[in-house]
Design a binder for this molecule. Structure first.
Ligand code: SAM
Length: 343
């Protein structure tokens, strides 16, 4: 219900209408290298100095830095010298171990372009790769991995999330009884790294499409990362190796209910008796009341995939249809939650 104040002055509507101005300001500052430049300079800099360093127009840079300061992404001294805040140093510079730089880049270069066609996606009920990138989208991951460069960018996106909340999902349940773990669709291996760190007695095998696994080995996981192994395959077609636990993180949200049951049934067949499956997803509330992030991610799944975000009860139904039992849910309070079920 609207308050009297909101009828007088539609603050929220104005904020929402202009929300993309904020996103684009963040995208541009990252793409131009503002946060990296300020990090490297080690002292507050004027707009003219930043513009000279990054080869941009001075007035344009002055306005960008001022907007970043307004968004609290930069600090200012005497309103003319700019420096990173603790938050931007930690999350927006490329070199930080908790950097979200690659997430921002992917949102700017890919997600934003697909969202241009959100209205069409809602009308048609399907993803918008064809309009956004001129690509047929029958094979979702063929479209997502349309070039090696795009595949690496997607893997960097996946990687950067777990720098921020990977430990929370890996420790939402005590997974120490599971020694042999397969991370199906394990992508860049960021969650596998968090898992072996949290459970020193366990090993994790990253199972993914062949070109993803070879890129993971080449760019993301080093031979010094102990207890991490690799397995190339197609989880819809190839035999899944026997394991104590299968992690499916952000996998089911890509697919229809029918595909999810097919995949979970294959997992159930290969799972050791007493073993389990861990789903990691952004859960919607049972009454659909939120969280807003999961509601928006579900729209993102519409625009970009064949799937959706789901409620815990919906995942539970998929798991039990596939033969799993004892479904437990742990909310982490961050973006992604965890569901554990047993064979
Ligand atoms: N689990 C990772 C994470 O949370 O960071 C990645 C999630 S990503 C949305 C989906 C992953 O599933 C990608 O790494 C993709 O390559 C993999 N994938 C898609 N189809 C696959 C298939 N048929 N067989 C094996 N892996 C597949």
């Amino acid at each position: 219900m609207s308050s009297a104040g909101e009828v007088e002055y539609p603050k929220k509507i104005l904020e929402y209408m202009e929300g993309f101005l904020v996103s684009k300001t963040l995208f541009a500052a990252c793409e131009l290298g503002v946060f990296d430049f300020l990090l490297a300079s080690e002292r507050p800099m004027s707009a003219a100095q930043v513009a000279a360093g990054l080869g941009t127009d001075v007035d344009g840079m002055e306005r960008l830095l001022s907007a970043c300061a307004g968004l609290e992404l930069l600090g200012t001294q005497a309103a003319v010298l700019y420096s990173n805040t603790d938050m931007s140093r930690m999350y927006l510079s490329r070199s930080s171990p908790r950097s979200l730089f690659h997430s921002v880049e992917y949102y700017s270069k890919t997600v934003y372009l697909c969202w241009n066609y959100l209205t069409d996606a809602v009308r048609e009920g399907k993803n918008q790769y064809e309009k956004a990138f001129g690509l047929p989208s029958e094979d979702l991951f063929e479209a997502l991995y349309r070039s090696d460069d795009e595949m690496i960018k997607f893997m960097q996106l996946m990687n950067s999330t777990w720098n921020v909340c990977g430990r929370d999902v890996m420790t939402a349940f005590d997974l120490s009884p599971f020694k042999t773990i397969y991370d199906l669709g394990g992508c860049s291996g960021a969650l596998a790294k968090q898992c072996v760190r949290a459970y020193p007695q366990s090993s994790v095998t990253i199972f993914d499409l062949p070109k993803v696994v070879s890129t993971c080995r080449e760019h993301f996981v080093s031979p010094t990362d102990e207890r991490i192994f690799f397995h190339e395959g197609d989880f819809f077609k190839d035999l899944l190796p026997e394991a104590d636990l299968y992690i499916l993180a952000r996998i089911l949200h890509d697919w229809t209910d029918e595909c999810c049951v097919e995949l979970l049934s294959r997992v159930h067949q290969s799972c050791k008796p007493g073993g389990g499956v861990l789903l990691v997803e952004a859960l919607l509330n049972e009454d659909n009341s939120g969280p807003l992030t999961a509601q928006l991610y579900s729209l993102n799944m519409l625009v970009q995939t064949e799937g959706r975000e789901r409620k815990a009860s919906e995942y539970s139904a998929l798991l039990t249809t596939a033969g799993f039992a004892n479904v437990e849910v742990q909310r982490t309070g961050k973006i992604y939650d965890a569901i554990l079920a047993r064979k």
